[in-house]
Design a protein around this ligand. Structure first.
Ligand SMILES: Nc1ncnc2c1ncn2[C@@H]1O[C@H](COP(=O)(O)OP(=O)(O)OP(=O)(O)O)[C@@H](O)[C@H]1O
Length: 265
């Protein structure tokens, strides 16, 4: 039987608001197997990002987990100390968010970002880290990685920065990659290239991916299975072809009908 890498069990998240407690995520359960790509779709505000942040241990202070467990292999992440969770983040669970610019310090070169991240999590010498950084930058399709490492974030386009973020995430060979709208800010051609590279890297390294998107075209292209989230709950989960051919839930049917999506050819 396939082994689960990540298991989310009966997750309930609420936030405190001036009007009182508000439920945001309601009894969400799913699991991810090694190398599997699980898509998470749903309208804006349905709770997708909150679910990702909970897995990363990065919920903001006003949000709290009311109930549930999140297991990475055998360890319950919700029971880990903050210092241990910092080490899990990056090394075992990596994340790629929508806005790459906010992930970079503008005063530090690209090379410094990649090399320091590698050396924080693994016992590499500077030289080894530099070589690996160049390898991963090249693998995400970035030309002239050595030259690129001397540049600052503002000198790169959004698409290039997103590739750098993917290179950083994948160079640590995480067990799980959480990608929250990773290509939304890019034009269609760049989206397709980047998705292909992410797919290939995950396949090669057997990294499991939770891929969040409001774009069903992206999900159809990438995912093995899809979960549909509406108002904090998972309303349907199915293999990707099955969900597109035979959507069961009225909300899924509505999403499919409303789908402009990108045309992935
Ligand atoms: N601090 C907060 N206080 C009150 N409500 C919040 C807070 N943070 C998030 N929410 C609400 O939680 C809900 C879920 O937000 P979340 O960001 O997870 O949605 P999402 O599905 O990722 O949406 P999007 O696709 O727009 O990113 C939204 O209705 C949002 O308004």
């Amino acid at each position: 039987m396939d082994k689960h890498i990540l298991r989310v069990d009966h997750l309930h998240i609420s936030v405190s608001t001036p009007q009182g407690k508000k439920k945001i995520v309601n009894d969400v359960s799913f699991d991810l197997k090694k190398g599997e790509i699980l898509g998470l779709v749903g309208a804006s505000g349905s709770g997708k990002t909150m679910t990702c942040l909970a897995i990363m241990g990065l919920l903001q202070e006003s949000a709290f987990i009311e109930h549930g467990a999140i297991h990475l292999e055998s360890q319950n992440l919700l029971k880990l100390q903050a210092s241990r969770m910092r080490s899990v983040r990056g090394k075992e669970i990596a994340v790629i968010m929508q806005n790459p610019m906010s992930a970079f310090n503008p005063t530090i070169t690209i090379g410094h970002h990649v090399i320091e991240t590698l050396r924080t999590h693994r016992p590499f010498s500077r030289k080894e880290a530099r070589e690996l950084a160049a390898t991963y930058l090249a693998r995400t399709g970035l030309p002239h990685p050595d030259q690129l490492m001397g540049q600052y974030p503002f000198q790169l386009s959004g698409g290039m920065l997103q590739r750098v973020m993917i290179a950083i995430a994948m160079s640590l060979q995480p067990a799980v990659l959480i990608a929250d709208e990773p290509t939304t800010a890019l034009d269609t051609t760049h989206q397709v290239q980047l998705l292909e590279q992410m797919h290939r890297l995950c396949e090669e390294q057997e990294t499991a991916m939770l891929l969040v998107s409001h774009d069903l075209g992206v999900i159809a292209y990438m995912a093995d299975e899809v979960m549909v989230m509406n108002q904090g709950s998972i309303v349907e989960k199915a293999p990707v072809a099955e969900l597109f051919d035979r959507p069961q839930h009225p909300y899924t049917r509505m999403l499919l009908q409303a789908r402009p999506g990108i045309q992935l050819v």
